[in-house]
Design a protein around this ligand. Structure first.
Ligand code: COA
Length: 202
C-alpha cells in the first residue's frame, strides 16, 4: 500500500492532499505538523510532528509556504532516503517537455508551456501560468492567478504574489517578494520586496 506523508496541516496542505488523491497513486495520506492543536487536515489525520515522518514508511511532501522551511524539510527527507514526488493536479496543463523536479506542486488550472524547467520544491498555484522557456529555480512560488510570460528566469526562493504579471524576457533574482497584483516589466537584480504597476522596490 502506497502512503504519502505531508508535512504542514494547513490550507495549502489540504490542497496538496487533494492533488495527491486525485492523481490516484496513494492509498493512504497522513499529515505531520509541529502544531499539536492540528489533529486533522480536511479528511486526513495528523499522525504526529514533522520529525515523526521519518519513522513512517511513506513518500514525503512538504506543504509549507515558507520557502526556507520547505527547503530545509525537503532536503532532510532526501538525505534520509524518503522519496519526494512531483504532484500535478489532473486539471493542470503541462507541456510534454517541461521538466519538473521533486517536491513541486502544480495546482488546478495552472498552465506550463513548452521548454520550461521548474525546480525543486516549487509551487505553481491555482490558475497561475508559466509560459514557454521559463526557468523557475528551486523553491519559487508562483501564487494563485499570477502570470509569467515567455523566457523568464526566476531565482530561487522568490515568491510571485497573487495575480502578479511578469513580462517576457525578464530575469528576477533570488529571494524576492513580488507583491500581489504587481506588474514586472524590467529585470530585477536586487533582492527585496517589489509592488505596484510598474514594479518598484518597497
Ligand atoms: C507585498 C507584501 C508582501 C507587503 O506586505 P507588508 O510588508 O506587510 O506590507 P503592508 O501591508 O504593511 O503595506 C505597506 C504599504 O505597501 C502597500 N502594499 C502592500 N502590498 C502591496 C501590493 N501588492 N501592491 C501595491 N501596494 C502594496 C500598502 O498599501 C502599504 O502602503 P501605505 O504605506 O501607503 O499604506 C504583501 O502586501 C503582498 O502583496 N503579499 C502577497 C500575498 C499573496 O500573493 N498571497 C498569495 C497566496 S497564494
Amino acid at each position: 500500500m502506497k502512503k504519502l506523508g505531508i508535512i504542514g496541516a494547513s490550507g495549502h496542505g489540504k490542497v496538496v492532499a487533494d492533488i495527491a488523491k486525485k492523481m490516484g497513486c496513494y492509498q493512504e495520506i497522513v499529515f505531520f505538523d509541529d502544531n499539536a492543536d492540528r489533529v486533522q487536515c480536511g479528511d486526513y489525520p495528523v499522525a504526529g510532528k514533522s520529525q515523526d515522518i521519518f519513522h513512517f514508511e511513506c513518500d514525503g511532501f512538504v506543504a509549507i509556504g515558507n520557502a526556507l522551511v520547505r527547503q530545509r524539510l525537503q532536503e532532510e527527507m532526501e538525505k534520509r532516503g524518503i522519496h519526494v514526488p512531483v504532484l500535478i493536479h489532473p486539471a493542470a496543463v503541462v507541456a510534454e517537455d517541461v521538466q519538473i523536479l521533486p517536491g513541486t506542486a502544480i495546482m488546478a488550472g495552472a498552465v506550463i508551456n513548452p521548454g520550461s524547467v521548474i525546480g525543486k520544491g516549487c509551487i505553481v498555484n491555482t490558475c497561475a501560468s508559466v509560459d514557454h522557456d521559463n526557468v523557475l529555480e528551486d523553491y519559487v512560488h508562483v501564487a494563485v492567478g499570477a502570470h509569467i510570460a515567455g523566457t523568464v528566469q526566476i531565482g530561487h526562493h522568490t515568491w510571485v504574489g497573487a495575480g502578479a504579471t511578469v513580462s517576457n524576457n525578464i530575469n528576477i533574482c533570488a529571494n524576492c517578494m513580488i507583491g500581489a497584483g504587481t506588474v514586472v516589466c524590467k529585470s530585477i537584480v536586487e533582492e527585496g520586496t517589489y509592488v505596484g504597476v510598474p514594479a518598484r522596490k518597497k
